[in-house]
Design a protein around this ligand. Structure first.
Ligand code: CUA
Length: 155
């Protein structure tokens, strides 16, 4: 089969571009440990409810106005889904999912995590302002995605 010279040139450029992209993405993902975007702690998603600390989700005081909040994400809710903390509290959120990929975003803060089944993710934030904070799922996870939320009250 005869191939036009320009056709061959563009084909080669296309293949080279593809290799360049895949190498870049592959390097980011594996060599620099950027994927998946979560802690490197792994968990068996089928045994979340039996694996500490997720066997007892909830708020735990760990210091002077310092807390750990363990949350389990499941289609379509957060456990626990209502939490109260004092003003000025520093909270370490420790989260995982038992089913699909969910999001963990606290509106009005920089707390934003992707919650992937099989992985434990965490983030720490200090709540200086009183108020009602909305925790919501920002990864589309199915028919109930839009109702997946929880409440955090800082008083
Ligand atoms: Cu969970 Cu969207």
């Amino acid at each position: 089969m005869h191939m036009h010279k320009l056709e061959r040139v563009w084909l080669i450029i296309g293949v080279l571009t593809l290799i360049a992209f895949l190498s870049t993405v592959g390097y980011q993902a594996f060599a620099s440990g950027h994927a998946p975007p979560s802690d490197l702690t792994k968990i068996d998603p089928e045994k979340v409810h039996d694996t500490p600390p997720f066997d007892e989700p909830g708020l735990k005081q760990i210091g002077d106005n310092e807390y750990e909040l363990v949350m389990v994400l499941q289609s379509f809710g957060f456990t626990p889904n209502k939490v109260e903390i004092p003003q000025g509290a520093t909270v370490k959120f420790i989260v995982t999912s038992v089913d699909v990929v969910h999001g963990f975003e606290i509106a009005g803060t920089r707390v934003n995590m992707m919650v992937t089944p099989g992985h434990v993710n965490s983030m720490t934030y200090k709540f200086n302002e009183k108020g009602e904070y909305l925790i919501l799922c920002n990864e589309y996870c199915g028919t109930g995605h839009h109702v997946m939320s929880a409440q955090l009250e800082v008083k």
